[in-house]
Structure formats: C-alpha cells, structure tokens
Design a protein around this ligand. Structure first.
Ligand code: F58
Length: 828
C-alpha cells in the first residue's frame, strides 16, 4: 500500500490568481520561454498546459470513481472525430473561461486573440465525425463512463482554397506546432498484424486452434485526449492511435544490410495513421483504408480487453461491463477481431466467444446510399487479414444455417442476406457483418430507421425485428449555443435563467414570450449583431461586403448532388434574372459553405459554378445589395460557430429519402434560423417539434421521389412548363457566368436537362414557392421573430444529451456516475 501522500491527487486552484501562477510557470517550465519575450503562441501553449493539468486531475478522479463503483463502460469506435478547436471548449467545460480571461489579461494577453490562433482538430469529414465529437462531450457532461477510440491522423480534413473558382486542396498539418492537449502514452502500445497465413492446430482433446503467422506487424501507440464535462467534474478520455514501426522492423533492416530501404519501409508502415480519407458519401475501397480500419479496431479491442481483465473481471462478464458502439460500418471488422482475440488469445470456444461478441456490440448506420456501404473483395481480405476471412466465413455459415432454418428453400433470400456478396466478384459486406454481430442496430432519425427497415435491411428486419431501434441525432448546446452564440445565451439567461444549459427542454420556458415585442426586439438585435460578426469575417476571408440588414440564407454542408446545392444555385440565378428584369424582389444574402471530395468531379464542378455565378452577381452594379452570393472558403467547425448564429434561413433541401438525419439542421434551428426543407431525415421531426407555421416544407416526399423516378415527367418536360427555371438553366448553360470555362457550365446545363438524378428540376417550382413564403414572413418582422423564437424554444428534443440517454437506456445499458464535488479537490 502506498502512503496517502503518494496516492493523493494534486488540487490546483481555479481562481484567477492560481491560474495566472500556473500559466506564468508554464511559459518558463513547459514552453521554455522568458515571459518578457513570450509570443502569443507561447502564451497560448502555456494556457493550454495550465488547463490540461487541471483536466488530468479530474480525469484521474473520474477513473478512480469508475473503478470503485464497478461501472459498466461504453466504448465508441469511430474512424472520425470532428472536434474543432479545443482551448475554448476545455476552458468553458472546466468552468474557468472567465477566470482564465482575467488571468491572461493580467499577463497582458488578450484571450480572444489567443483562441483564434488554434487550428481546428478536423479528424472527420462531416456529420458523422461531428456527431462522434458531440457524443463524447455529452457522455462526459452527463457523467457516463464513456470512452472514444479513433485514429490520430497526422493530416486531417484538407484545407480548401479557391484558385480562383475551383476548389484546391491543401494538406492540414494540424500538428505542426505540436499539440498541448494530447498525452502520448508510450507505455500503451499494441501490436497489429497484417498479411501472413493461418495455421490450424488439432489438439488431442478434439479442439481446433488457429495461429496467424508471418506477415507484418505495426505498433499502435495511444495518445490520450481528456474530454471534460460541462458543469460536472467528470473528465473522460478519447484515445487516438498512431502507427509506429516495430523494433522487428529495425532488426530486419539491419540484418538485411539495406539501411536506406529499411528506413523507407519503416516510414511506410507508419503511413497507416497518416491521413484521413476525405470522402463523405462513397466507400473508398483502398487497401490502406482497410488497414486503417483494422489498425484502430484491433488496438482498441486489445486495450478494452486489457482494461476489463486488469479491473479483475472475467471474460464471461464482458457484456455486463462493456458495451461497444460501431460508428457506421467502418469499424465492423471489430466483430471478427473480437472473435479472434477471445478464441486465439484467450482460448474461449467459438460458441462462448460468439455469444459475448453479439451481446457486446451495437451498430449505428448513417446512410442508405449503397455506394457508401463498405464491401471488401474477398481476395483482399484474405490477403490482408487471413484469420479474419476465416472467421467471417464461419460466422456466415452459422448465420445462413439459421436463415435456412427459418426460410427453408429460399435461396434468393439467402443470397441477399449473406455476408459474402457472391454476385460482384465476391465481396465481404461489412454492413451485414455489423448487423449479424450486434445486438442492436440503429438509424439516426425516425424516417431513416423506417427506411432501413423497409429497404436496405428489410430482410434482417424480418429476421430480427427486435434488434432495430431508432436514435435520432442531436447536437451539443455547449458548443452550438453557449460557445457559438454568447449573445443569445445571455438573452436566454436574462429571460428564463440557465436551466436549459443542463436540460435543453428548459428552452420551452421561452414559448410564452414569443409574442412579447420586447423579447422580439432583443432577439432580433442579437441576430443583427451576429450577422455583423459574420459580415466582418466574410469581408476578411473573401473581400465581399454584405449588408447585415437583409435576410441571410445559408446552406452549409458537404457538397453532394443529393444535398442539392444546385437547387439553391438555380434560385440565385432565377433571382438575378428577375432583378435584372426590373422585378422588385426582397433582398438576400446567399451563403454556401462546404467541401467536395477531391475525386468527386461533379461536386467540384458545382463549387466552381457557384463561385463564378457569385463573382458576376456580386460585381453587377445593377444588383447592389439586393443579392449577394458567397462561397465561404474552408468551412469547418470554427467557422460554423460564426456562420450558424447569423443565419436567418437554414437550407435543408436534400432529395427526400437521402439524408439520413442531418445535424446542421438542428444547430441552425437552435440558433433561431427558420428551415426551408424537404421531408427528409430529421427535418420531419424538426417540423413536428416547431410546428408547420414555423418551418417552410416543400417538395416531394420519399415515397413521391420513388414514384417520380419510376413514372414522373422528364426534366425537359418540366422545363417546358417553367419559363423562369428554363431561363436560369439556359443562362448557366450559355456560359454567361464564365469567360474561360464554358465547357463546365455547358456540362452542368446538360446534366440538369438530361440526367438530374436528384430531381432538382422536379422540385424547383415548389422550392421557389417556399422561398417566397419565407420572404413574405421575413417582411413581417414581428411574425418572423415569433417564429424564430419558437424554433429556439422547441429544440429541446435535439439535444445530444437526449440522444446519448437513448443510447444509454436502449442500447448500452449504462448509468451515469457523476463525480461528486469533493471538499479536498475544490469546487467545479
Ligand atoms: C452523415 N454521414 C449523414 N458520413 O449523411 C447525415 O445525414 C447524418 O446526420 C450524420 O452522418 C450523422 O448521423 C456522414 O457524415 C460520412 O462522412 C462518411 C465518412 C467516411 C466514408 C463514408 C461516409
């Protein structure tokens, strides 16, 4: 037993004086600079170190409590975490933002300037990665024992520039100054095996065991990121893995005597965690991607089992103490890997291992689009992960037996359900592996879950209806309101207090005041100030001057055909023509933001044309402030925080049946933007929450889209009936907006006329009418303010805390374990 003073945790003070002391010390001791000469970046680093010391104290307290209380833990396995900046978030959740501001001021440093120096941690593409970050924050905030696992990509999401109209991708070297938030854990390394072959061993007792031999080994090294809860002392952990070459590598090189080749090979083995694949809706199909997936899954599962055993639990207790969530199909290989570890490393029988595996995993699906569902060629899987291929065959065998038993003679159903797709050159369907290996499967919005049951997973749903549940997404109000919109946060505090910060349903207290002229004025003043803040940023980033007194109409998300940025673009061109024809249309600013996957030519063409249209419109003296169009470059979490609070209109206009949920729709409505949207994803639930009068719904439903695809009129036939729309398409097609690239514009016109796979043309008339309805309401300031206030008041359901409670209660079976404020360790 160690002496009490050894096991006692330090207890750093959180007041201004204590913080100032820590920060000044850190400049010298950690940064190694003379406070007289320290730069702003030095101060930023010193501040970060002062915070992280405090976070780690609470992290250890939290860990002790979880161990003492024998809690069940959830592990969230995700290829992506789109975190954004950490400094302000950590200060805010630790409850020391204001003392730190003062301490910095005392040291002669402006905190806001410092906050702006930090790069975003952009380890994700879009919604899926941001959801993962929100979920971790909520787990900590609600005191749940929840841990994230992922990859420490050296390069995150690329930085987007326009040169001058086309997207150009630049590497995101986010670690170039080091990273004060991470704890490298060189004691936490696990071997991860690739290639080689499998040897079967027959024991005298009749058992068959397998060993996986030869091939290559890479080490996964842990980097820990503490994650603080808001208004609580719980601090959880996000563990990201980086690839390191093994010592074996070094020895092999040395023995072979080819030193240069040796070092090059070593570097190559470390490329596994080098870069995030920047695709948002198509599977990647590259060997390196499969290796990334297996790399982080294997390391995470080894770590989870290690912890489970170190805590003294039996493997049989795994599902009682551990829940593992697969964030989409990317980590689905975990099903086979856990089987491998339980059988080959821990010598469990197949039956026992399979029961534990199925009870431990649950799987979230984020898309219905077949091209986004990963499948791997059997040949590739056999080569890279030979042991897993064998396990997958055996899982499939047992599963298909069960199906045969239920549906004798139904060979077509068997082929549809099989984990191996025999039709397309033999491929492993990772989504099927995930469903078969999990006890719960969830969609991310009511419509999405329903469509999963009716289409993609229909056969599975018929087989195991009890396995399917819906968990509608949510967003964290800490980032998306308290941090991004301090002015509205203050106003809410004055009107209804701060209870909503801990239970977002509390926003309902605002409802009775929606018609109060005083509140309406204050609310619109806040919006005006936020629009001014965005106006300043847009000027700085693009040189375009906006008028904050007109409607700000915002579409921010990845660029994809199904999300229909083209629908908004056609509206811009339509308005441009109407203004030029002398019509008196209400003024508006249209702002786009979002990245295109580098290999997605159509999406890149859309960006280019939007930029070119914007350039003509913004510089046409006949237009002035009546129409401005901006493509905000390099849209990321930190810019979202400025754009979202400034939006009047939220564009959520995907072709119905394609957007699984959306979360931008929730962030914008929470900040008082009114949605123009289709009946798709969570828009439906948003409509149900805010009421028909406070949202502009338009267009075909998911069923109507299916019907239209089968028997609807062609785009050409619709254009013949819609002179304004036809004129807009013609204007683009004619090359009016470009002097040097008529081909791209002509091609886009042809695409709309002859292909239009996402029904932009068919939905346009209804869309334009919805925009007109929005204009009419906007002209009535009081009516608009009322609707916007009601949007805010009725968004409680879309808190990520509700989402996480749904997972905890219906999937993970875990309970909160808040860390009690302790007298010895100071107040929260
Ligand atoms: C998104 N998916 C959905 N995928 O499109 C969105 O509707 C939903 O709100 C969100 O998930 C959260 O549930 C998404 O962002 C990706 O970015 C994947 C990245 C890796 C390749 C496949 C797509």
């Amino acid at each position: 037993m160690a002496a009490p003073e050894v096991t006692h945790l330090p207890n750093l003070p959180n007041d201004v004086e204590g913080l100032r002391q820590s920060i000044r010390d850190a400049v010298v001791r950690v940064v190694g600079e003379d406070p007289r000469q320290a730069t702003e970046r030095d101060w930023m680093e010193a501040l970060a170190f002062a915070i992280r010391e405090r976070m780690v104290e609470r992290r250890l307290l939290t860990r002790r409590q979880f161990a003492d209380e024998d809690v069940k833990r959830v592990y969230y396995l995700s290829m992506e975490y789109l975190i954004g900046r950490m400094l302000e978030a950590n200060l805010r959740n630790m409850g020391i933002l204001e003392p730190a501001r003062q301490a910095m001021a005392d040291l002669g440093v402006d905190l806001d300037t410092i906050l702006d120096l930090e790069d975003d941690a952009a380890l994700g593409n879009g919604g899926l990665g941001r959801l993962a970050a929100c979920i971790l924050e909520s787990l900590a905030t609600q005191g749940y024992p929840g841990y994230g696992y992922g990859i420490r990509y050296e390069f995150g999401m690329f930085r987007q520039e326009f040169e001058p109209y086309q997207q150009v991708e630049h590497p995101d070297n986010w670690l170039r100054y080091g990273n004060p938030w991470e704890f490298p854990r060189s004691d936490r390394k696990y071997p991860v095996h690739f290639y080689g072959y499998v040897v079967e061993h027959h024991h005298p007792n009749g058992e068959t065991r397998y060993t996986w031999e030869d091939g290559e080994e890479v080490l996964a090294m842990a980097y820990d990121y503490p994650t603080a809860g808001y208004g609580r002392r719980n601090v959880n952990n996000l563990r990201l893995w980086a690839a390191k070459a093994t010592r074996d590598f070094d020895l092999r090189y040395f023995n072979e005597g080819d030193y240069i080749r040796a070092v090059a090979d070593k570097a190559e083995s470390e490329t596994i965690s080098m870069v995030l694949y920047p695709n948002d809706a198509t599977a990647i199909g590259k060997e390196l991607r499969l290796k990334q997936e297996y790399f982080f899954v294997s390391a995470s599962l080894q770590d989870i089992l290690d912890r489970h055993l170190a805590l003294g639990y039996d493997l049989d207790a795994l599902p009682d103490k551990v829940a593992i969530q697969l964030n989409d199909t990317h980590p689905a290989i975990a099903v086979a890997e856990l089987m491998r570890l339980l059988m080959d490393a821990h010598e469990l029988s197949w039956e026992r291992a399979w029961e534990l595996t199925r009870k431990t995993f649950a799987y979230t699906n984020h898309t219905l689009m077949p091209e986004a569902l990963e499948t791997w060629p059997v040949e590739l899987m056999e080569r890279v992960l030979p042991r897993h291929m064998g396990i997958i065959y055996q899982i499939n065998h047992g599963f298909l037996e069960e199906v045969r038993h239920r549906y004798p003679g139904d060979t077509e159903r068997l082929a549809r359900l099989s984990i191996i797709d025999e039709g397309n050159g033999r491929r492993v369907r990772m989504a099927h592996l995930a469903v078969v290996g999990s006890h719960r499967v969830n969609g991310v919005a009511a419509l999405h879950t329903q469509l999963l049951q009716e289409t993609l997973f229909e056969d599975f749903y018929n087989l195991w209806p009890e396995r399917f549940v819906n968990v509608t997404n949510g967003v964290t109000p800490r980032l998306w309101m308290i941090q991004s919109n301090p002015a509205l946060t203050d106003l809410l505090g004055q009107r209804i207090g701060n209870d909503w910060q801990y239970n977002l349903d509390g926003l309902r207290a605002l409802e009775p005041y929606a018609q109060d002229p005083e509140l309406q004025k204050a609310f619109m003043d806040v919006k005006r100030a936020n629009k001014q803040r965005l106006t300043d940023l847009v000027r700085e980033r693009t040189g375009v001057e906006l008028n904050p007194d007109v409607m700000f109409d915002v579409q921010i998300k990845r660029i994809h055909e199904y999300k229909r940025q083209l629908l908004k673009l056609l509206h811009v061109v339509d308005l441009y023509q109407r203004i030029r024809a002398g019509e008196d249309v209400p003024p508006r600013v249209v702002l786009f933001g979002g990245k295109a996957a580098p290999g997605y030519a159509r999406a890149k063409g859309i960006i280019q044309v939007i930029n070119e249209v914007a350039d003509i419109v913004n510089n046409d003296p006949a237009i002035g402030d009546r129409l401005k169009c901006v493509f905000f470059p390099n849209y990321e979490v930190s810019s979202a925080s400025i754009i979202i609070p400034a939006a009047d209109i939220s564009e959520q206009i995907s072709t119905a049946g394609f957007e699984a949920s959306g979360t931008g729709n929730m962030k914008l409505a929470l900040n008082g933007a009114l949605t123009i949207g289709t009946l798709d994803g969570a828009n439906i639930e948003i409509r149900d929450a805010v009421g028909e009068e406070s949202i502009f719904i338009f267009g075909m439903t998911a069923d109507e889209v299916v019907e239209h695809r089968r028997s609807g009129p062609s785009p050409e036939a619709i254009l013949a009936q819609q002179p304004n729309l036809a004129a807009a398409v013609e204007m683009i097609e004619s090359g009016f907006f470009t002097c040097d690239d008529p081909e791209t514009h002509g091609d886009l016109g042809r695409y709309l006329r002859h292909e239009d796979p996402f029904f932009v043309i068919a939905d346009y008339p209804a869309y334009a009418a919805a925009c007109d309805r929005a204009d009419t309401l906007y002209a009535d300031r009081a009516a608009w303010a009322e609707a916007a206030i009601l949007n805010v008041a009725r968004m409680g359901f879309f808190s990520i805390d509700r989402t996480v409670r749904d997972y905890a209660n219906h999937i993970w079976d875990i309970t909160p374990e808040p860390v009690a404020p302790s007298r010895t360790n100071g107040a929260a």
